[in-house]
Each structure stands twice: as C-alpha cells, then as structure tokens.
Design a protein around this ligand. Structure first.
Ligand code: ATP
Length: 363
C-alpha cells in the first residue's frame, strides 16, 4: 500500500470518449476526463446525469458502448470487477449482517488468500484507523449508521485498492453526522494516499471535500476544476445554477475578448466584467452570487435601487428577495452587526456590486 501523500501528476483513472445508452436513452455522451493519483475527485450532478453509471464502469459493473477506461495506464474495460484494484463504498453500507465487524473486514482479504496473521494485523489496523477498534466483536445491527459506514470504509480500504469509489456514502446519515464524516473521509484519504472518486448530488459536500470536481449534466462533463474555480468561475449557466445560488440577468455584450466583456446591464450601466469563457457580441447572461451584492446606504460599485419583497433572517446571515423594476434579485448578507435590522420588507434599498465579482456567460 502506498503511504506517501505526495500529489503526483500521474493519472489514476482515465475516462476516454465514453458513451452509454440504455435503450433509447443516452446516459453518457462522449465523456472524457482524467483523475489524478492521490486526489479526492468528485463527480457532482443532478439525478440522472450519469455519475453513478460512470462510477459503475470504473468498478466494472457496467461497460461503455464506445470509448475506454484506463486505470494506471492499463485498459480495464475487459477486466472483471474482482480483478480490478478498485473497491466501492455504497450508500447502503452493504455489510454482511451475520458477521462481526472483524469478520466483515477480513472477508475480502480471505478471498484474496492472505495468511491468517496478516489478515488479523490488517483488520486491527483498519478498524483502528476508522475508530472502531473497540467494537470488533459486534454485528452491524448493533451499530449506528455512521459506525456502519466507518466499517464499510475499513472493509473497502483493507486490501489496499488503487482507487476507492464512493457512491453517495453520506446520504443515509443525519445532518450533523454527515458533516463530521466529511472530515473523517477527507483525513482518511490524506492518510492513506489512495485516490478517492466520490459521487454526490450535494454541492456543499463536493465543495467542502474535493481536490477537484467534475460537474456533470445531461450526460456530459460541464466543467472540471477546483472547488473555487467551479464556484467562482462557472463556464456556463448550468454550472452557475447547479453549484450555489446565483442571480442571472440578460445583458447585451458590446465588446468581448481576452476573458473580459463590456456589457450593458438591464439597469442601464455599461460595465466591463470577467468572462471565464469567451463570449461573442450580442445576448449573454450575467451571473452574480447573492453574497456578492451589497445592500444599504453606502453600496460599492454599480448601484441601483430595489424594493425588499421578503426577508429571511437565518441567524448568521439574512437572505433578501428584492425586486428591481420587475427583476427578482436574491441577496444575502452576513450579520456581522445588527445594521441589517434597518432593512425592512417594503422599503427601497440601494443594491451594489463591484464589476470583478460578476461573470458573463454565454446564454
Ligand atoms: P442518481 O443520483 O439518481 O443515481 P445519476 O446521475 O447517478 O443519478 P445514473 O444512475 O448514472 O444517474 O443514470 C443515468 C441515466 O441512465 C438515468 O436516467 C437512469 O434512469 C438511466 N439508467 C441507469 N442505469 C440504467 C439501466 N440499467 N437501465 C435503464 N436505464 C438506466
């Protein structure tokens, strides 16, 4: 097993031009991307976007119609699941109910023909690593959901896979536990140095844990990047909309080039804003996140007025739904002081944003 945690540029998994249909339905359309060795890589997308199908192909439970998959430079399409050094952790844990934790973790190692002493040592080490070493003789029914998922992780990691596939492993857990398990999963990945491929439809989970994220939509890769690239520099409307909240405005592009565009806003100003992908003259979309709008008497940058329609006080921050001449706008602001108390429903407020916090996207 590799214990080094050096980020190397070697690819652990390569997905090359993969397409897959189920009957008439095309689930994946010429999908290509690389997963680097030692990275925590997430496939994020709405239900039906094809992420589980891709994960199942990496595991060997599904084959592409066309295209290929490589694991550490070896073509794996014709290699059966049990011969790939890949293991999967499922949402449903899939532990054997009649076996103790020890037996569950040992099972795969016995099948691989490991010697008894080596199995014992490995099982102890893995259960310790997931903080379950005090429960070795219990059966899965005597454990909480979070504890079962830890055992499932120990079992999947025990043989030292080259890649660990995680299929929405946290979605059966309650909110508090899910958040705590994020840290545990992340530490486990760092400590073992194993490449993790994580599937989720939960954007917050993806942003929180991943080295890189592939956003999938309509059977295609919409964007690949670090969490902050995905959030701050979405390349299209789908990504801007699916990851986080945003406001979209129709704008006219007057000039474009060099990752910038001069646009006319619906509020009449002509401004120059960043364009993560090149846009051409004509209609486009301006995207601006709610937290990047500032409200109040002393707004910065582009300034317009709007009426406060709804106000959602959420403790640490407040969400506002505003109406700017018929356009609905969502703004949020952190409650660092109680200044926001003075913004009341029905009142007119100044809304502002600085040019560099907006993005123009092809519409
Ligand atoms: P979810 O989060 O709902 O599982 P997903 O993004 O993981 O969604 P996939 O499970 O990969 O999506 O499925 C992609 C599409 O292919 C879906 O529309 C699904 O209904 C369809 N599909 C997947 N497997 C099969 C199958 N064995 N037979 C028929 N259709 C399938």
């Amino acid at each position: 097993q590799r214990e080094d945690n050096q980020m190397s540029q070697q690819n652990a998994v390569e997905v090359i031009d993969v397409s897959k249909s189920f009957g008439e339905y095309q689930a994946l359309r010429s999908v290509s991307f690389d997963i680097r060795e030692n990275e925590f890589f997430t496939m994020l997308g709405p239900s039906g976007c094809g992420k589980t199908t891709l994960l199942r192909m990496m595991a060997g439970f599904e084959a592409p119609d066309t295209g290929s998959l490589r694991l550490h430079d070896r073509d794996i399409v014709d290699i059966p699941p049990h011969k790939r050094r890949v293991n999967t952790v499922f949402q449903s844990y899939a532990l054997f109910p009649h076996m103790t934790l020890e037996q569950n973790v040992a099972f795969g190692l016995e099948n691989l023909g490991w010697e008894k002493a080596r199995i014992k040592a490995r099982v102890g080490e893995m259960l310790e690593r997931v903080h379950m070493d005090q429960f070795t003789k219990r059966k899965p029914a005597q454990l909480s959901g979070g504890q079962r998922q830890r055992v499932a992780l120990a079992r999947a990691l025990a043989p030292g896979p080259e890649v660990l596939l995680l299929d929405e492993p946290l979605s059966a857990l309650d909110l508090k536990l899910r958040q705590a398990m994020r840290d545990e999963l992340r530490s486990l990945q760092r400590d073992t140095g194993i490449t993790f491929v994580f599937v989720t439809h939960d954007q917050e989970e993806a942003l929180d844990m991943s080295d890189r994220i592939a956003v999938l939509g309509s059977g295609q890769v919409q964007q690949i990047g670090t969490p902050s690239q995905i959030y701050e520099e979405p390349v299209n409307r789908f990504v801007a909309d699916f990851v986080g909240e945003t406001n979209f405005f129709d704008v006219d592009v007057l000039e474009a080039g060099d990752h910038k565009a001069k646009v006319r806003t619906p509020f009449g100003q002509v401004i120059e804003i960043p364009a993560p992908v090149d846009v051409s003259k004509g209609k486009a979309t301006l995207s601006i996140r709610p937290e990047k709008l500032n409200l109040g008497d002393q707004v910065q940058g582009i300034d317009f007025t709007a009426e406060v329609r709804h106000k959602h006080y959420l403790g640490g921050y407040t969400h506002y739904v505003l109406d700017a001449s018929g356009t609905e706008i969502r703004a949020s602001r952190r409650n660092a002081s109680r200044e926001g108390d003075t913004i009341s429903v029905g009142s007119q407020v100044h809304v502002g944003f600085v040019e560099k916090s907006a993005r123009v996207l092809a519409s």
